[in-house]
Ligand binder design. Sequence first.
Ligand code: HEM
Length: 320
Amino acid sequence: MPLPTDEKLLALSNNLIQQFDTIFGEHPSFRPAHAKGTMLTGTFTPSEEAASLTRAPHVVRESTPVTVRFSNSTGLPLVPDTDPNADPRGMAIRFNLAEHSHTDIVSHSVDGFPVRTGDEFLELLRALASSDLAAPSDPKNPKPIEIFLGGHPAALAFVQTPKPAPSSFGRESYFGITAMRFINADGVVRYGRYRIVPEAGNEHLDAAAVAAKGPNYLFDELKERVAAGPVSFRILVQLANEGDVVDDATIHWPEDRRVVELGTIALTAPVTDDAHEQQRIIFDPIPRVDGIEPSDDPLLELRAAVYLISGRRRRSESAQ
Ligand code: HEM
């Protein structure tokens, strides 16, 4: 995957990484966001209806090996699983098509995003970094983050969306947020957004239940769960109707939109040498595969650059 040549995009990407470092401290062998994670391997099996949506190789084949990374939010490698800032949780999926050939889905556990562009995200992070969150609110002297949220209703809605902690990474739903362009064998194009739902059903904890848990309860539970049997998810795609906005992550599509099933993944084993593999793997929000293209959502190109720059930094740490 090449780095883009657009100077403005590169500068913004570097500024965003720097801003994460400012907020969470520098931990160069870890991700500046979603730092605490773990990986499992398994298999993707497409559904019968998937080929009507896309001619992508993993949908045409009988099955494809996958590698999945679950993560907590924040750039803190030791963030307790019980910390409210550990939500949204992340789920990144790599479909291994052949040696050095793959396509990814990067998703998180809230159906939405606070801003439409990377510039706005940088503004949000800067406002957050310069606000004393512990201080009481003073309407006569609002904090930078309060001013930002006051002028950005989608960001306010995102902040106010309840984000209850799951009982398990395997009992949470994850959302792709940015729309993709799916193209089938007849050339029919449909826009859609991923939704990844657990076969075991969603289960969230109330505050008292979270308080009774340990700092690694999700990671411990996942080890036990996968040792007992496959951890399975359905990968769904919510389809846009004609006229729906497909290039803005802050805009939800109505719930009556058709949902098709792309297939299921069954995770069966932890990745061997988990820490090393996490340091090495760089997920790509752009699919880069025939049959699934990025939409014009500006977050996609930006994130692809951010994750690549950040991932190269992480890899260079391990080489030292
Ligand atoms: C302007 C928008 C965004 C910025 C600047 C941003 C920034 C980052 C950064 C710096 C990382 C670490 C990447 C690495 O070192 O490999 C990361 C990882 C991640 N982000 Fe984002 N992000 C953005 C939007 C999103 C959105 C919309 C989602 C949800 C779909 C998301 C979900 C994730 C997940 C799940 C990971 C962990 C991936 C992994 O396991 O490697 N991010 N993000």
